[in-house]
Write a protein that binds this ligand. Structure first.
Ligand code: ATP
Ligand code: ATP
Ligand code: MG
Ligand code: MG
Length: 260
């Protein structure tokens, strides 16, 4: 089909393929969620409903995009790891990034009222997104370790910060000043001695974030077809599993070694 005389402008669209055979990590992060969490009265430091809503949106993304093998979420962010060999949208960066960020956002909004039945959305939330390529398994593991370590650092800080404000009746400025320069041992100690909180007993969702992995189970034997007794082919069952486990140590990666 012959184009119009204007069609040459299409040539200004530059291809943006992602390097073949590399691990792709796509991270979405809530835009201005400090404000969003305040205007929607999120419980501080951790609003369980908000985290579950993030998990629901991430699960929906993984149901739609089968090449995502692992996801990790904390606070207002989610990271998605793709199969190294994925050919999704011919590995076009902006196509992949824009559709997934858009899909995640839609799922967040569609599920809002399920998790916040008595809090209407005040304005449309949005998410930013980026894709980073990693050459080997080592960087992939270190990436996820980095995010989970971040979860721990932020959660320990926020738990103590909000205890000082809510129970210690400090101003937020005083709470920040009190925490400045403290190391994690001191924070644990303050939590325990001042507020009787044993950090390790807090919800694993808050301390470890959310991990969604795609598990493939091949049934060992399949009962014969009832109608003619013939043997049926074992269909691998693919399930999405959400947990709040440690992903820094070896155990997790040994268990899911087949996905990388
Ligand atoms: P940016 O647009 O640069 O990402 P931001 O305001 O979203 O800015 P972040 O560093 O992404 O800043 O931090 C997200 C903020 O959202 C947290 O600091 C916290 O205040 C709030 N938040 C996100 N999820 C929750 C939650 N489940 N419970 C309570 N607060 C939350
Ligand atoms: P891609 O994901 O590659 O963009 P696509 O299916 O969205 O694929 P487009 O080239 O973007 O394809 O074309 C959008 C299609 O959506 C149109 O061809 C048409 O079939 C349909 N469409 C969009 N808007 C309307 C509309 N207002 N009324 C009827 N059909 C529409
Ligand atoms: Mg944010
Ligand atoms: Mg964030």
């Amino acid at each position: 089909m012959a184009g119009s005389k204007y069609a040459y402008v299409k040539n200004f669209e530059i291809p943006d393929p992602l390097l073949p055979n590399t691990y792709m990590v796509l991270r979405v992060d809530g835009h201005g969620f400090h404000r969003f969490s305040e205007s929607h009265s999120f419980t501080k430091p951790n609003d369980q409903r908000a985290l579950e809503l993030m998990d629901a949106a991430a699960l929906a993304v993984m149901q739609e995009y089968r090449d995502i093998v692992l996801a990790f979420g904390e606070s207002d962010e989610y990271s998605f790891l793709f199969r190294r060999s994925t050919q999704l949208y011919n590995r076009r960066q902006s196509k992949i990034l824009s559709t997934i960020v858009s899909y995640f956002t839609s799922c967040y909004v569609m599920n809002w009222s399920k998790y916040f039945p008595s809090t209407p959305l005040e304005y449309p939330p949005s998410f930013d997104g980026r894709i980073v390529l990693y050459p080997t398994e080592k960087e992939v593991r270190d990436y996820f370790s980095w995010r989970q370590a971040d979860t721990h650092i932020n959660n320990l800080y926020n738990t103590l910060f909000w205890a000082l404000v809510q129970e210690g009746e400090m101003t937020t400025a005083d709470a920040h000043a009190t925490l400045k320069g403290t190391v994690s041992g001191q924070k644990n100690e303050m939590l325990h001695s001042r507020f009787g909180i044993n950090y390790n007993t807090l919800s694993a969702r808050f301390r470890k974030g959310s991990v969604i992995s795609r598990k493939t189970e091949t049934p060992e034997s399949v009962p014969p077809d009832e109608s003619d007794g013939s043997k049926r082919k074992a269909k691998p069952k693919v399930t999405l599993e959400i947990s709040h486990v440690d992903i820094i140590g070896d155990e997790f990666w040994n268990e899911i070694s087949d996905i990388l």
